[in-house]
Every structure is written in C-alpha cells, then in structure tokens.
Design a protein around this ligand. Structure first.
Ligand code: AMP
Length: 441
C-alpha cells in the first residue's frame, strides 16, 4: 500500500514563494572567488604604481552629505540629477551613496588641512561607487574605481603625471594597447563664450534634438556633445569646438599638456567633443580607451574650481579614475590572454583520520607563519580523492598527514608532478618545504 501523502499544489506554491532565495540588488553584482586573481592583480598593479609615483592611500566613507555632490559634481549633471542614491537618514540628514570619489577626497582635503602636510597632496583611493544607471554590459549600479588625485598645484606637469600614473597601471597589467583622448574645457571665462555659441548652434536645430538634449540645452549644453542618439550625433559634426574659443592662458596650458604628452610617448588623440559628465572639470579632460573596447576604461581631468564649490577656496587639482570592472573585463577579452602576475606556490595539506586532522592545525600554522601559503583539505574524502583535488589546483607539493605519521612524528611530502614521495620529520617540516619550493621555483 502506498503511504505517499497528496499535497495541495497551491499550498506548496505559497510555501515556495515565502522561502524564495533572495537575490542581489539589480545592477550590483557579486564579485566571486573565481574572480579573485583578476582583482588581486589589479590591486597589486595599483599599489606598485602608487608607491613608485608617491601617491598615498586615502579612504573616505561610502556615504557623504548629498550636498557635497550637488555642489561639487553639479546639480544639473546626469550623475546627480538622475543617478544618485540620495536619502534622508532617521536623524533627518540628507546623505548620498558616493557616485564618484573626487569630491569626497577634496572634502577631506579641507576638513583635515591636508594641503598643510603636502603640497601638492598626491593621494589614491579604491572602492565602490554607486550610480542609478540602466544596467548593461560595462555599466553597473555599483562598480569600483581606482583613482589618483593631485591637489594643490595647477602646473601642466601634474596633468601629465596623473595620466602617466593611470597608464602605468594598465602597463603593469600588460594591457594590449590603449589610447588617451584629450580635450580642454577651458576656464570660467572662455568656457562662457563657447557655451553661448554652442547653445545658439543647437537652439537653431532644436527640433532635431532628442528629448533629453532638448531639456538640457539651457542648463548643460556641453552634454549634448556626447549624446549617443543618432540624430544628436549627426548634429555634433558641425558644432563649434571649444579649442577655437580658449583664452590665451588656457591655450598655453593645453599646448603644454600636449607637448608633455608627446615627450612622454603617451599614445593620444585630441577629441574636441570630449566633455565628460561632471561639472567640476576645467582645462584638461581625458579618457583612456582600450583599443577595440566599447567604453572608456578611465577618465579624468583638472578640477581647479571644485574647492571653491565645496569649501569656498580655490585650490588647483587634477585627477583620474579607472573603472576596475571595465578594465578587468577588457583584460579578460584581450587576445592573446594577458598573463596575470604569478602567485606564490601553495602547498596542499591533507590529513587522514580524526586525530591527525586535529593535529594538523598546528602544523599548518607553522608553515603559514613561515610565509608558506597552505590549502587545507581536512574533509572526509579519501586520500585518493584529496590528491585529485590537489592535482586540479596545480599545487607543486602535497603534504600527507596520516595516523601512522602522526604517531611517528613525521609527514609525507609528495611531489605533485613526479608523484615521488619522501617522509620527513615534523621538526624539519618548515625547512624541508621551503627548500623543496625553492628548488621548484
Ligand atoms: P567617471 O567617474 O564617470 O569619469 O568614470 C570613470 C570610469 O569609471 C569610467 O571610464 C568607467 O571605466 C568607470 N565607470 C563609470 N561609470 C560606470 C558604471 N556605471 N559601471 C561600470 N563602470 C563605470
């Protein structure tokens, strides 16, 4: 006789609904352990470059007063107007998840009088940024940036130093090829007359503009230059370019930047329509593009007015931010695949039997304290199964710790390439492992 109970499918469905596994917020992807190598390589390259170029780490909070970005980045920019995660806390403060890193670095610069300690201040940061954009390939709502900022000097050498540091990361990562697009946004004086020219140009063609551009024509006409809509793109071809309106000082600055870019062998192309989506830029703006990549990998420029906007004090500054997800995606797609930095060889440690398992913690700790990375396999799998795992991980050396070895005060070292095994005394374990790894490296 069958004992299976019939269950009500509706009830079952309801139960499933209630216990459905939750998923990450849209556009905020997890970065999984299998990605670790890429992220590690990026961070290692960043740290090396920061040290070589004398940039120092700064970490600012993820949450800032919303006003910092409204005043700094600009209330009429897409980033602030449409993409900012801003909200009121229970205490009534208006805060925002940072959409970018520069305004916060500048806030910290004034708050902690950093200009007093270093002139210019050379800082770098790394961390997540948040923008409520439509998620698609290369565009997330949470993404990571690595940024360099030089605050306190307006000389063109610093514009190019920021470019060189940014490119040094790409070079360190063995990027196949890249190019830097460069333009100048002028200053308050020359930009104002260009702005008018641009407005007049587009106003005469208003009917052909997309809805977004028609709306932002008055508030932010520069944005019309990088609209992706076909009709707007077509209009851009005939639009006036800022280089024809630069004042003498801005012209001289731009010329000097281009000369230094050439002298330093930076692959570049002038792009008169490069405007960037943040209000605070003046003079030099640039973007780094991987050859064949669909989006810019990094962007930056000079922001001499940001200090005035957020603290009432003008301090010349220049910086750049690299999109880490985009750069890693580009690296992955590069042909031939670029070699990541080599990891230290690891040792595979497997214990057979409960007592050996308990005793292995101490032995692994000895190795780790001596600087040897250890992968442990203390599960219930058979020795054969464990060694199969070791083979997959491509570790050069496995250590086998069984009951017999434990009582004898020894351990088996197995060469994972040749399969040769030798027994060593536990007292000599660290020394023997180090010697063996040295031979293999
Ligand atoms: P920005 O802060 O807009 O100048 O961007 C600098 C770099 O950050 C870009 O070149 C991208 O590599 C990266 N980035 C900007 N927005 C996103 C996004 N929504 N998703 C992924 N990466 C982004």
């Amino acid at each position: 006789m069958s004992t299976t109970k019939k269950t009500d499918p509706k009830k079952q469905e309801k139960k499933a609904e209630g216990s459905q596994a939750l998923q990450a917020v849209k556009g905020m992807p997890d970065i999984l352990p299998k990605e670790e190598g890429w992220w590690k390589s990026f961070r290692a390259a960043g740290a090396t470059v920061a040290e070589l170029h004398d940039f120092h780490r700064i970490e600012t909070p993820i949450l800032e007063p919303a006003e910092l970005f409204e005043r700094g980045v600009g209330a009429a920019t897409d980033i602030v107007e449409k993409q900012m995660y801003a909200f009121r806390t229970k205490g009534g403060e208006r805060v925002a998840l940072r959409p970018e890193g520069t305004a916060a670095v500048m806030r910290a610069y004034f708050e902690h009088h950093l200009g007093y300690f270093a002139s210019p201040l050379k800082a770098f940061y790394e961390g997540p940024m948040f923008r409520y954009e439509r998620p698609q390939a290369g565009r997330d709502r949470q993404f990571h940036q690595w940024g360099f900022e030089i605050v306190g000097d307006g000389d063109s050498v610093y514009d190019v130093e920021v470019m060189l540091a940014t490119l040094a990361i790409f070079r360190e990562l063995k990027f196949p090829a890249f190019t830097v697009k460069i333009n100048s946004m002028g200053c308050k004086v020359c930009r104002a007359s260009y702005r008018e020219k641009l407005k007049n140009y587009y106003r005469a063609r208003e009917k052909k503009l997309c809805k977004d551009c028609a709306r932002r024509l008055d508030k932010n006409p520069f944005r019309l230059l990088d609209c992706e809509e076909e009709d707007c793109k077509a209009l851009r071809g005939e639009a006036p370019i800022i280089l024809d309106y630069l004042c003498q000082t801005c012209n001289a600055h731009f010329k000097s930047v281009l000369e230094l870019v050439e002298e330093n062998g930076i692959p570049y192309e002038p792009d008169p329509f490069l405007v960037r989506g943040l209000d605070y830029y003046n003079r030099t703006v640039f973007e780094v593009w991987g050859v064949g990549a669909p989006h810019a990998l990094a962007g930056g420029g000079r922001y001499d007015y940001l200090g005035e906007l957020i603290a009432g004090r003008a301090v010349p500054a220049v910086g750049a931010a690299i999109g880490m997800e985009r750069s890693i995606a580009f690296l992955k797609s590069a042909t031939p695949p670029v070699a990541l930095s080599k990891e230290r060889p690891r040792v595979f440690f497997t214990a057979v039997g409960d007592q050996a398992k308990r005793a292995s913690l101490k032995r692994m700790e000895e190795l780790r304290r001596a600087g040897v990375p250890v992968v442990e396999a203390l599960g219930k799998r058979s020795l054969k199964g464990q060694l199969k795992v070791a083979g997959k991980l491509k570790v050069p050396l496995a250590l086998i710790f069984g009951q017999k070895e434990m009582f004898e005060g020894s351990i088996i070292m197995r060469d994972m390439v040749t399969g040769a095994q030798e027994t060593v005394l536990l007292d000599r374990l660290v020394e023997a492992v180090k010697q063996d790894l040295k031979k293999k490296s």
